[in-house]
Design a protein around this ligand. Structure first.
Ligand code: URA
Length: 243
């Protein structure tokens, strides 16, 4: 990894502060002063700051309950960043610049997001060939009459042709939830991909419209904190994505 990233991962310094330390000649790599922040280094290198050996801290893994009207990027845009909800004031040594979301949600989507600084781990969640299941609770504009449930379930199972995409989506599991009304407007959808606006586009392709979207589960990890809150994942939850 780059030297400036290594320093951020092993201290509480921001990227800018790390670069300042490098340019000031305070960083030695294997006993030599290195002044270029883009120098590639490895954990096995002996890297010191003012004579103190630096060791990268372990990766972080969190889950958060995303509220609506927040965005999944590190900085605010038209809406506030979800990361504002993380108390990254140093108490937990969390630096939001190092973290990313493993599988972003749209601004109006709520529910489970996984947050980490471990890019390889994220791969296991987001790559379609890893078959990681994401379960969404979907509120629909148009009710699904009883006699249309089975054909629709079959259509999602076979894969849906999305507009502008080549080939069908991967097989998806559609469960129409019981309703006291004649036609149910609430479903659970399990998918293993994360194409742009995928769930909304899947329902658009079958002539419906998503009114509300909430992610309940990713792999074995179930959302269990209140909106706007977060917690660290357990070791078991972290390893469940690499098994
Ligand atoms: N599919 C969507 O359409 N939006 C999301 O936020 C997640 C999945």
């Amino acid at each position: 990894m780059r030297l400036d990233k290594f320093i951020c991962k092993s201290t509480e310094l921001t990227k800018r502060e790390a670069i300042q330390e490098i340019h000031a000649g305070h960083i030695l790599v294997n006993d030599l002063i290195v002044l270029d922040e883009s120098t590639q280094v490895h954990e096995n290198n002996l890297i010191t700051l003012n004579g103190q050996r630096l060791k990268p801290r372990p990766f972080r893994y969190l889950l958060m309950h995303k509220p609506a009207n927040t965005i999944c990027s590190n900085t605010d845009g038209d809406y506030p960043s979800l990361f504002n909800q993380l108390d990254t004031d140093g108490v937990h040594g969390l630096n939001r610049d190092e973290l990313h979301i493993a599988g972003r949600l749209d601004v109006d989507t709520t529910g489970l997001v996984l947050i980490t600084d471990d890019g390889r781990w994220t791969y296991n969640i987001t790559r379609p060939d890893k078959d990681c299941k994401k379960i969404y609770r979907v509120g629909l504009s148009y009710g699904i009459p009883e006699h249309k449930i089975a054909p629709l379930v079959e259509r999602f199972k076979q894969g849906i042709q999305l507009q502008g995409e080549q080939g069908l989506t991967q097989s998806a599991l559609l469960e129409v939830l019981p309703s006291i009304k004649k036609e149910s407007r609430e479903v659970l959808l399990t998918i293993t991909e994360g194409k742009y606006h995928q769930v909304k586009r899947m329902f658009a392709a079958v002539g419906n419209r998503v009114l509300s979207l909430h992610r309940e589960k990713i792999g074995e990890v179930q959302l269990d904190v209140e909106e706007g809150h977060w917690r660290f994942l357990t070791a078991h939850e972290v390893s469940s994505f690499t098994r």
